[in-house]
Design a protein around this ligand. Structure first.
Ligand SMILES: Cc1cc2nc3c(=O)[nH]c(=O)nc-3n(C[C@H](O)[C@H](O)[C@H](O)COP(=O)(O)OP(=O)(O)OC[C@H]3O[C@@H](n4cnc5c(N)ncnc54)[C@H](O)[C@@H]3O)c2cc1C
Length: 384
């Protein structure tokens, strides 16, 4: 066993760190306030190959491993979690699923431009449409219907909370093809946003990751060709669960980045802020907070890297990705809250960034499976 990163990993980490500082930091407070989607930043991420990091170069990807993805996600999330959630959804929930289960035609037509993040010079990214108003943690309760009409399906229903909802060109949609079969009666489809019957509805006004465009999507008799179904009939629920297992590595790394970003700011602040005649880092109460932050962050990082390593070795990573997500997201929430505390009153205002990191941290405990759902996955695995 060895814990050292390779030269290539260090280069990718540095590229992501430089990108976050030069491209994401300027304007991050304003984008958060205005709920502005970071289009320019995402286009530049695509140029770096970070929108299809793990996709085979023959399909437009960068051919990197999952460890590289964790490193890049951590660095970008330290600065702007709205950029990193867009990156995570495109990489883990859209490109990975298409590469693993798509047909050759689907890969040529959709995966290649999605992995490049561009088509005809324009932004070209994807979204993952599983959640519905009545189907969140219980994703089997799908009410979106896909009627088999011979050479096509007709899709109707409402999807909500969709990340990249208005900026994506391609949606991967889960829908019920046979309600009597429960989870085995769900299919996954590739749907283009521009098709008749697709409506991008209300944008959510959120607590955190406010630059990310989260929308409700309405589907009304959307005609989807048969060749746009992913996998065999009835594969949709398995497709969604397998995709989310990898997605959790991305969100765990996002949480890790939020935690380490907040920690780095608190550490720097503790060295310059004086109280009672000395820098606050000389007060033991502050030292212990910093020690606990550093320890929890290191544990979260090791969990993320282990899950990524297992995925790269083609081992089962569903348990470790759930462990990484629940631990890293709780570390993010705790660390960001303590970082605000270390900043005192200055932590409560926007200029010092930690209040935004605290707001952004919360979502990592909710999406792609809440902390409670991760504990269900973990306990099922250890008790079987
Ligand atoms: C900003 C944002 C972006 C999102 N992006 C996407 C996206 O791109 N695509 C997508 O499909 N979805 C997306 N989601 C949806 C997200 O995955 C769901 O919100 C999440 O899965 C929880 O579902 P819910 O909100 O319906 O909560 P519910 O399932 O109603 O849960 C409510 C509470 O009950 C708890 N609970 C539920 N069941 C159990 C149980 N069996 N045991 C113990 N506790 C339980 C939950 O943990 C939670 O605390 C996004 C959500 C948000 C807020």
């Amino acid at each position: 066993m060895q814990f050292q990163l390779s030269e290539e990993h260090l280069m990718i980490q540095k590229a992501a760190r430089d990108f976050a500082r030069t491209e994401c930091l300027p304007g991050v407070i304003e984008r958060d306030e205005k709920q502005q989607f970071p289009r320019e930043q995402v286009l530049k991420l695509a140029e770096l190959g970070f929108m299809g990091m793990m996709v085979d170069p023959q399909y437009g990807g960068a051919g990197m491993d999952t460890v590289s993805y964790v490193l890049a996600m951590e660095e970008i999330s330290k600065v702007d979690a709205s950029v990193s959630v867009c990156m995570s959804v495109n990489n883990s929930l859209v490109c990975w699923g298409l590469e693993a289960y798509g047909t050759e035609e689907q890969k040529q037509k959709y995966l290649t431009p999605l992995a490049q993040g561009r088509k005809d010079g324009e932004l070209y990214i994807g979204a993952f449409l599983l959640s519905e108003p009545e189907a969140g943690s219980d994703a089997t309760s799908q009410r979106t219907i896909a009627e088999d009409k011979g050479d096509h399906y007709l899709l109707s229903g409402t999807k909500n909370w969709i990340t990249n909802g208005s900026s994506a060109s391609v949606y991967l949609v889960m829908a019920q093809t046979d309600a009597s079969k429960g989870s085995k009666g769900i299919d996954a489809f590739i749907v283009e946003k521009k098709w008749p019957g697709v409506t991008v509805a209300a944008k959510e006004n959120k607590l955190g990751i406010r630059g990310s465009d989260t929308h409700t999507i309405l589907l009304t008799d959307v005609k989807v060709p048969k060749e746009n179904r992913i996998g065999a009939n009835g594969f949709g629920f398995t497709f969604a669960m397998k995709t989310l297992a990898g997605g959790r590595i991305g969100i765990a790394s996002q949480a890790l980045g939020i935690a380490s970003g907040a920690y780095e700011l608190a550490l720097a602040y503790s060295k310059q802020r004086k109280a009672f005649g000395k820098e606050i880092m000389h007060h033991q109460a502050i030292q212990f907070k910093l020690a606990d932050m550093a320890t929890r962050i290191e544990a979260a990082r090791l969990l993320c890297l282990k899950a990524a390593w297992e995925k790269d070795q083609n081992l089962d990573y569903s348990l470790s990705s759930s462990m990484a997500k629940v631990y890293a997201s709780e570390t993010a929430m705790w660390t960001a809250t303590e970082a605000v505390q270390i900043h005192g009153g200055y932590g409560f205002v926007k200029e010092y960034h930690v209040e935004r990191l605290m707001r952004d941290a919360k979502i990592t405990q909710i999406y792609e499976g809440t902390s409670e759902v991760q504990r269900i996955v973990i306990s099922r695995s250890i008790l079987k």
